[in-house]
Design a protein around this ligand. Structure first.
Ligand code: GLN
Length: 203
């Protein structure tokens, strides 16, 4: 599988940016809106956007159960921001009727960074990505408050970052990855490179 086919859940959110990033990282990419499209892909990206809206749209488009099923069958997945929230097994500060995919054993707090710091940027050390730190753009981002057994922490907010210091903002469990931030907007393709390697079974 030199050039895997990676889907981007295309119900809402920054779909185009992920498709461009995946292409740069050596994957073919397509938007996924229907169960038949989901059947075709070797991996899936769940983009940023609004997790409660995406949750509703997953039900309306009859994708919630098929996606849960493919994830439990081992489909590699990467969720950014709202996508991280959707992959979690437990979500705090969300709407009571919001659904999630239960794919990664972790507790995620939605809009965790608070109002004053709705959006900010920081440079992170990221396990598995060598060289310069990763520039992380956070936009009304969640953080991870608990990880289950076997879930690896890949990045935390730097120690210098005040209230949010040391919060977990990137995780991996086998072929599932999630980040609180948006690597698709910076032009640095190393997070997508890592995920495409995961899809290829190489990382
Ligand atoms: N705050 C959004 C949510 O709760 C996530 C923000 C984002 O994806 N940029 O879903």
């Amino acid at each position: 599988m030199t050039r895997p086919l990676v889907g981007v859940l295309a119900l809402q959110g920054d779909v185009r940016e992920h498709i461009a990033a995946l292409n740069d990282s050596g994957a073919d990419a397509m938007g996924v809106r229907r169960p038949e499209e989901l059947d075709k892909v070797d991996g899936i990206v769940i983009p940023g956007g609004e997790s409660t809206t995406m949750s509703k749209l997953l039900e309306i488009f009859e994708l919630l159960e098929p996606l849960r099923q493919r994830l439990s069958d081992g489909l590699p997945a990467y969720g950014s921001c709202a996508g991280m929230i959707l992959l979690a097994s437990e979500v705090l500060d969300t709407r009571p009727d919001a659904k999630h995919l239960n794919a990664i054993d972790m507790t995620v707090r939605r809009n965790a960074f608070g109002r004053q710091v709705d959006s900010f940027e920081s440079d992170l050390e990221f396990t598995g990505i060598d060289g310069d730190p990763v520039r992380a753009v956070f936009i009304r981002a969640p953080w991870v408050e608990r990880v289950g057994e076997g879930v690896e922490v890949l990045a935390r907010v730097p120690h210098s970052e005040g209230q949010a210091a040391d919060r977990i903002v990137a995780v991996r469990h086998g072929s599932l990855m999630a980040t609180s931030f948006h690597p698709e907007v910076t032009g640095d393709r190393r997070v997508h490179d890592l995920f495409v390697d995961v899809v290829r079974g190489r990382a």
